[in-house]
Ligand binder design. Structure first.
Ligand SMILES: *[C@@H]1O[C@H](CO)[C@@H](O)[C@H](O)[C@H]1NC(C)=O
Ligand SMILES: CC(=O)N[C@H]1CO[C@H](CO)[C@@H](O)[C@@H]1O
Length: 983
């Protein structure tokens, strides 16, 4: 939500803000780009770009980083050695310990530290109390598994200048570590995939004392290139020290007590033209080049969680969250890297023929992608994944950072939000109206105004007189309430929360070690330091039902502003020299901040009441790698504009492949007033976001979906119901994401890694494994869409069963009148629905299922699955779930249901939920694309649980392009049992 943005460095500016903003909103006002740094305004970014320019322009450039060969040893899957960085003509070096770990999963990890700092042998300026080590705890927050060393990895070749290690599944992977200069070439099946420091851009700015010296002379017009022949083993001569120490931007000075300390590395993807990932950016899925040129960006992609006020589109500018995981893709091959660093990071991307190594075999004619990763501080810590499929990458990444938590089932329903529902009566009224207009929804949200003057954990007593009464009304239809709780705590008297925060010493500190004070919604505020275990424990105490009065079992939480947003801070966030638990500088942990806060809330919600262990629902705005374990995200403060609707789709897809798929954008657009057509189209698109929430700014007109008027109201209600009927399939997709990290909505390159024409397609996607291919309309006045068809399967229109006249690799134009969201069923899939419309997902809990079989081309096999558990507890971890696999066999003319995991009946002691659920039936089976020979058949044979019976079937012959389809009614089987239907 919101923010006055960097407009205000003074409280007075904030006071005048709301009115100022409302005036500014009317036309589409974009973020003030100049309030956020460009690379040239960031010392470490510009230094590293200059370093790269220098290195790449010089044919004789040699990286000054060499492994001291005698320092190295390989043992138990791990190489340890020391990199010597030559720092001057006298051959003086700095010692940088390096560890290369080969993990059982086939992932490799390269970690470089700085010895002097490990030993604390440095001095900090300004009397800083900050830690002297390079930040080495990112792993502690991010990595949850998959780090077991591969004891089978072995040295395959070794001489004085290099070492080759074979590792990974059947030793198909190898890494050649070169010593002079240091570089690593990662190969799969003998060919290079990923190279580190191949371009020689490795740069670890070692600690140095500040030496006062006269500014170096530099003649006008002199360029580094002229002197390139003399500069081999040194850093660029024209090193500009002006940004080494205290640095000022927008009136804020960063004292940088450790001076320059950036880490940077070039990572080349050999023969790969597409790279994806590193969300969040309002940018295409296939990332653009960043060093200028036609259609390219001028700026690197930036990862520095920030409250970006009304972000601009098609930009590498930073947004609210960061996941430094990148995947490279080419036909039939995917590889990736995960750059584990929580400091401000920039990534340059260039593509081109392999000019550095024109002779390297097999890659000569192919385009490669070169990336340049630049972080302000911390360790160099990079994980290398060698694929070969996109699914391998998301699975291995998930093994390391964790997968999507199994969500509360309700959280896949529709969420109704606005800034703000003004009273409990208002909430209850919206609740009733949604019913009146037959619009299903699960959750209504309260933004900051519900509090008593922005004091979290309190209610505005005048407008929310009876929160429990409100909660109970919602609960009567299984609905929930989400209230916002932000990390800034109002600094005011007579507010016990802030009093405790101070007395228990649990807040973030400023550079001098005193409690940090800044400005946010409540005015003067302090920030909880969720890096501190004691602070998290205290935070949990605030959510107990008897502490946060007015909340109950159906209250859940929204964490906003957790980048953190600090209105008067540099770039609207915290000063980098602030201190967190353990005296780590904010600089080191900035991108982790949001995750630790959301995690604190997540854990708090697990302990609201003893004995009540339920899956928490927490929405976050800021995030990092690992945030997927603790909730959902949304893409922040977008605008009610068509291009924002369009941009939301690649953004959500990007989240999915980067391991945090529980993602959505504000439906309708946060700022501004969407025209009716836009609002309607946005609901149709939003029904296909994993996280589906309508939201609006306080100055936007009311736009609850029933207000929009006919025909739009009916159309939106249909979109909501479409979402609800498909909830069983959405939940199943979440299960897959939970098990192995697969995205919930999948881009074409992910599902069809061989089809090159689909690698840049980012406006359509498949939902889970359902074969449902959605292509939301995102343009005004559009009544057709072009869908790119990735394969030779048959595709049916979801609603009419028309066979789409497709050709593999070609676009097909579909009708998409206002009332229609273009949705195709790919042949060969079976998916589950619940077709009885109800007010909320909770009320659908025991409804019978409909199974839809989209028969494959030539009547071939179709398959699919359904996962269901109680949607609320952790009982699924002890087997209290049903997971069925449905197999349609065209030759045998049968559809059967078997346990998807091959579990024997009775192998799990059935709890209450499972007992009841097993009895839920399959009411209908719809088969689309059945052979004409079925026409006239009236019944089918059903076999289950030792019985055989007949069920009625109606077959509708094909007509005018529509497939023949069959509907079996009153099937009579139980969802939890094995069964077979013979047609
Ligand atoms: C989340 O909180 C738990 C409980 O306090 C803690 O053990 C864990 O380290 C935290 N993780 C993150 C990512 O903050
Ligand atoms: C072309 C050339 O030699 N340029 C400069 C290289 O550096 C020396 C000394 O720093 C300058 O005097 C040259 O002009």
């Amino acid at each position: 939500m919101h923010v006055p943005g960097p407009l205000s460095s003074k409280w007075t500016a904030y006071l005048g803000l709301l009115s100022a903003l409302s005036a500014a909103f009317a036309p589409a006002v974009a973020v003030k780009e100049h309030d956020f740094k460009k690379c040239h305004q960031s010392g470490f970014c510009s230094r590293n770009r200059a370093f790269a320019d220098h290195a790449l322009a010089s044919s004789s450039w040699q990286s000054p980083y060499n492994i001291a060969p005698e320092s190295g040893s390989f043992r138990d899957g791990q190489y340890k050695g020391v990199i010597l960085k030559t720092i001057n003509d006298n051959g003086e070096t700095v010692r940088l310990p390096i560890t290369i770990s080969f993990l059982e999963s086939g992932t490799a990890r390269v970690t470089v530290d700085e010895e002097k700092r490990q030993k604390g042998e440095i001095e900090l300026r300004h009397g800083s109390k900050a830690r002297k080590e390079r930040y080495n705890e990112a792993e502690r927050w991010v990595i949850v598994g998959g780090t077991t060393l591969d004891k089978a990895a072995k040295v395959d070749y070794e001489d004085k200048s290099q070492l080759t290690v074979k590792y990974g599944p059947s030793a198909k992977f190898e890494a050649t570590i070169k010593f002079f200069p240091f570089s690593i070439d990662f190969k799969r099946d003998g060919s290079s995939q990923i190279k580190l420091n191949d371009q020689g851009l490795l740069n670890i700015e070692h600690w140095r004392p500040k030496v006062e010296k006269p500014a170096p002379e530099k003649k006008e017009g002199e360029s580094d290139e002229e002197n390139k022949t003399e500069e081999t083993k040194e850093e660029p001569k024209a090193e500009n020290e002006s940004t080494w120490w205290d640095e000022t931007f927008g009136g804020n000075t960063d004292t940088k007590p450790r001076g320059p300390e950036s880490v940077a590395l070039d990572i080349s993807f050999v023969g790969y033209e597409h790279v994806y990932g590193i969300p969040s950016h309002a940018s295409p899925l296939s990332l653009k080049q960043t060093r200028g040129g036609d259609g390219n960006y001028q700026e690197p992609y930036r990862l520095y969680n920030a409250d970006v006020f009304e972000y601009i589109l098609d930009s590498p500018m930073t947004l609210y969250g960061s996941i430094p995981f990148m995947q490279a893709h080419r036909k039939d091959s995917a590889v990736g890297v995960f750059w584990l660093n929580a400091a401000e990071t920039w990534v340059d991307i260039t593509k081109g023929k392999d000019y550095k190594n024109p002779l390297s075999l097999g890659t000569k004619s192919k385009t490669s992608t070169h990336t340049h990763w630049i972080s302000e501080s911390g360790l160099l810590d990079v994980f290398v994944f060698l694929g070969p499929t996109p699914k391998d990458l998301t699975a291995k990444y998930g093994e390391l950072t964790g997968t999507t938590a199994m969500p509360q089932e309700f959280s896949l329903g529709y969420h109704q939000c606005r800034w703000n529902y003004v009273s409990d009566d208002d909430v209850k009224d919206v609740d009733r109206k949604m019913d009146k207009f037959k619009m299903p929804y699960d959750v209504i949200w309260l933004d900051i105004e519900y509090t008593d003057e922005k004091k979290y954990f309190t209610w505005d007593k005048h407008s929310f007189t009876d929160p429990i009464g409100m909660g109970k009304q919602l609960d009567s239809h299984g609905r929930k309430l989400v209230t916002i709780i932000d990390p800034h705590i109002k600094n005011v008297d007579n507010y016990p929360v802030v009093a405790e925060l101070k007395s228990k010493d649990l807040a973030v500190k400023n550079k001098d070690g005193n409690i940090f004070e800044g400005w946010c919604w409540p005015g003067s505020s302090h920030w909880i330091d969720a890096f501190s275990p004691a602070a998290r424990e205290w935070w949990a105490s605030l959510f107990k039902y008897d502490a946060f009065k007015g909340t109950m079992e159906n209250t859940w939480i929204w964490n906003d502003m957790n980048e953190p947003s600090v209105f008067n801070g540099p770039e609207t966030t915290m000063p980098k020299d602030n201190l967190h638990a353990g005296n780590w500088e904010h600089r080191d942990v900035h991108n982790l901040n949001g995750m630790t806060f959301q995690n604190a809330t997540y854990h708090a919600l697990t302990s609201r009441k003893p004995g009540e262990l339920r899956r928490p629902f927490v929405l976050t705005r800021a995030f990092f790698a690992g945030s997927q374990r603790v909730g959902a995200m949304w893409t922040g403060d977008n605008q009610a504009a068509w291009d924002h609707l369009a941009a939301s789709i690649p953004m959500v897809l990007s989240q999915g492949i980067a391991g945090f798929p529980f993602a959505g954008a504000d439906v309708g657009g946060f700022f501004g007033n969407p025209e009716k057509e836009l609002l309607t189209r946005w609901y149709q698109a939003g029904a296909f976001y994993p996280f589906f929430r309508g939201h609006a700014h306080i100055d936007a007109r009311r736009r609850e979906p029933y207000l929009v008027g006919e025909p739009y109201t009916t159309i939106i209600a249909a979109a909501l119901r479409l979402r609800y009927s498909l909830l069983p399939s959405w939940y199943t997709a979440f299960r897959h994401a939970h098990i192995d990290g697969t995205p919930i909505v999948k881009p074409m390159f992910y599902t069809h890694p061989s089809e090159e024409a689909g690698f840049a397609v980012d406006d359509q996607f498949f939902v889970g494994n359902t074969g449902l291919l959605a292509k939301p309309v995102t343009e005004k006045d559009k009544t057709t869409v072009d869908v790119w068809i990735p394969d030779a399967e048959v595709y049916y229109d979801y609603f009419t069963y028309y066979i789409i006249p497709t050709a593999k690799g070609k676009n097909v134009t579909l009708d998409a009148p206002m009332e229609k969201v273009p949705l195709l069923m790919r042949g060969g899939h079976v998916f589950a629905r619940r077709d009885v419309p109800r007010r909320s997902s909770a009320l659908m809990k025991w409804d019978d299922y409909t199974l839809v079989v989209a028969v494959g081309r030539d009547g071939r096999k179709a398959e699919g699955d359904l996962y269901v558990d109680d949607g609320d507890s952790y009982q699924y971890q002890s087997g209290q779930y049903i997971h069925r696999r449905f197999i349609f066999d065209g030759a045998a003319k049968s559809l059967s249901s078997v346990d998807a995991e091959g579990r024997e009946p009775g192998s799990v002691a059935e709890g209450e939920w499972l007992k009841r659920m097993r009895g839920v039936g399959v009411d209908r089976i719809v088969l689309v694309g059945v052979p004409e020979s079925w026409v006239g058949k009236k019944s089918v044979k059903v076999e289950s649980e030792g019985n055989v019976w007949e069920a009625k079937m109606e077959v509708t012959p094909a007509a005018e392009g529509r497939a023949a389809f069959a509907v079996v009614r009153k099937v009579g089987v139980r969802i939890g049992a094995d069964w077979r239907v013979v047609f």
